[in-house]
Ligand binder design. Structure first.
Ligand code: G6Q
Length: 545
């Protein structure tokens, strides 16, 4: 259905007028004018607390953003997604990652098929399998317990399980070491294989399509490596697969008992809740994996039922939209103040940029406004000693999402106080900045000319937006809720921008592009069909072998 262009809507134009004034605001003043600002501009649900008061907005901004959400049909499309409607229009697919974490008794059907029953059948299989590997009942072909798991997958079949296994380190099985091989670069596979013993290693081949070139090459290399040291009939004890492509798994030679299916209505970057989460269930156990799903489900229920003004993902989306489209912020930095979330920014980078990095509407019309921002970041406090300089004093304004757990999972309490102090101090500094007069105060006693020389360098403009997301403790449930929060934020922004957040034609192009050059590098004649740069690079690579 063709929507009116975003920029032509009444609420967008009202926001544009409002933004002209809002650009002049200083957050310092907004806080001074409203002692209740923090209480007013914070919300809590599913174990997550969001403080969005350190943004350049006021009550009127929120009213206008809410009107825009309503005018763009956020609630209607949200309900369509939960119902299993085929909202992924270019692939004619439902978008039902929420069904992967729905309880057993929830009725959801797609094309007449009972989705929940299928989901729980696979979850039951995952439980049996992971229980037996973790207990030591499942043994390698020489009778030894499994000690290492190598997940072979890329993109959505790698980033989620890898990030979650790291994040839930505290809950990990002491005997199992998890490895993730994604890159077609043989160094990745070499590094993993050099650390494991084939007798005690389990390989998971994770690929939705089971055709992705990198994963297939890595899977074949792993299989050949294994068979150099073990007989063919040992494969069944050491190779399992996760895919929607059951036929391809059989052809690869994996025992049908050891297949974990999922469905085309699960997008790769939304698949950690499906059998793609098998490494997570192996690492932390099925009980905690269920808690992870339950945490996401709690956030789903909140998203589905809470009014817009109390709805965490909708608010996060609206604030991000405001920063992107009206305050012209081109990127968002993710700053988890939690070492175990060291891969969270990389995970969100795919989730957000692959979903909303689009330049045409759902109807295929060109877009004349800003869509998805660049997402990047790293853990605090490390980032403070690297790129925070640009965030504080550079010429671009980059909103930041600070994420922290109030209670640590270790006993070094002085470390945790220092960590949280840094997190809160940074958001305060970004908001307040430091005026020239404050710098002069600091430098009192110094030679007056020297002070004036230094003032411009030591002044911080401030007025730089951030959100802070707090949880009590990083555990499977709060992590599940946190990921679901961002999934739904991305969804809402996609609706506002009228893009299809669930296809990824840019990735598909990449999947075919390299084939031809690979053949040329492997000796096929180069017909000179490329540009001179590409021909030159190919020639240099061929000359080097
Ligand atoms: C995710 C993308 C992409 C995909 C990988 C791996 O949403 O579609 O990152 O996950 O290209 O694809 P396969 O799982 O099919 O190997």
């Amino acid at each position: 259905m063709r929507q009116p262009s975003l920029t032509s809507t009444h609420s967008y134009q009202a926001l544009a007028n409002h933004a002209a004034k809002a650009k002049e605001w200083q957050m310092r003043d907004l806080f001074a004018q409203d002692p209740q600002r923090f209480e007013r501009l914070s919300v809590e649900a599913a174990g997550l607390f969001l403080d969005y008061s350190k943004n350049r907005l006021d009550g009127r901004t929120l009213e206008l953003l809410k009107a825009l959400a309503q005018e763009r049909g956020v609630e209607r499309l949200r309900d369509a997604m939960f119902n299993g409607d085929k909202i992924n229009l270019t692939e004619n697919r439902a978008v039902l990652h929420t069904a992967l974490r729905a309880p057993r008794d929830k009725q959801i059907t797609v094309d007449g098929q009972d989705v929940t029953a299928d989901v729980h059948a696979v979850l039951d299989h995952m439980k049996t399998f992971t229980d037996s590997v973790r207990s030591g009942e499942w043994r390698g072909h020489t009778g030894k317990e499994i000690t290492d798991v190598i997940n072979i997958g890329i993109g959505g079949s790698d980033l989620g399980p890898k990030m979650v296994c790291l994040a839930l380190r505290q809950f990990a099985h002491p005997r199992l070491t998890m490895h993730f091989v994604s890159n077609v670069d043989g160094h990745d596979m070499d590094a993993a294989l050099s650390r494991v013993n084939p007798e005690t290693t389990l390989f998971i081949i994770a690929s939705k399509t089971f055709t992705t070139a990198e994963t297939m090459m890595n899977a074949n290399t792993a299989r050949a490596w294994f068979l150099q040291q073990a007989p063919e009939d040992a494969l069944a004890k050491h190779f399992v697969a996760v895919s929607t492509n059951v036929e391809a798994i059989k052809t690869f030679g994996i025992d049908p008992q050891n297949m974990f299916p999922f469905w085309d209505w699960v997008g790769g970057r939304y698949s950690v809740w499906s059998a793609i989460g098998l490494p997570v269930a192996l690492c932390v156990g099925f009980g905690y994996f269920s808690d992870f799903l339950a945490g996401a489900h709690a956030l789903d229920e909140h998203f589905r039922t809470a009014p817009i003004e109390q709805n965490l993902p909708i608010i996060l989306a609206l604030v991000g939209f405001w920063n992107r489209d009206f305050l012209e912020c081109g990127s968002v930095s993710i700053a988890p103040y939690h070492q175990d979330l060291s891969r969270f920014a990389a995970y969100l980078q795919q989730l957000d940029m692959e979903s909303n990095g689009k330049r045409v509407t759902r109807a295929g019309d060109p877009i004349d406004y800003a869509t998805g921002p660049v997402i990047w970041g790293d853990v605090g406090t490390n980032g403070q000693h690297a790129y925070f300089q640009l965030l504080h004093q550079g010429t671009d304004v980059t909103p930041i999402d600070f994420i922290a757990a109030l209670r640590p999972a270790h006993e070094f309490h002085n470390h945790h106080a220092a960590l949280l102090a840094n997190c809160f101090a940074q958001s305060e500094a970004f908001m307040k900045g430091k005026t020239a007069d404050e710098v002069r105060q600091d430098l009192q006693g110094m030679d007056a000319a020297e002070i004036e020389r230094l003032v411009p360098h030591k002044t911080f403009p401030g007025n730089r937006p951030s959100n802070t997301i707090l949880m009590d403790y990083l555990n499977p449930a709060t992590l599940g809720a946190l990921i679901a929060l961002y999934e739904h934020k991305v969804f809402v922004q996609g609706v506002l921008w009228d893009v299809n957040s669930f296809d990824q034609w840019g990735v598909e192009l990449g999947k075919v592009l390299a084939k031809k050059i690979e053949a040329e590098l492997n000796g096929e004649a180069n017909p000179g069909a490329h540009d001179s740069s590409t021909n030159g690079l190919i020639a240099r690579a061929k000359a080097a072998v």
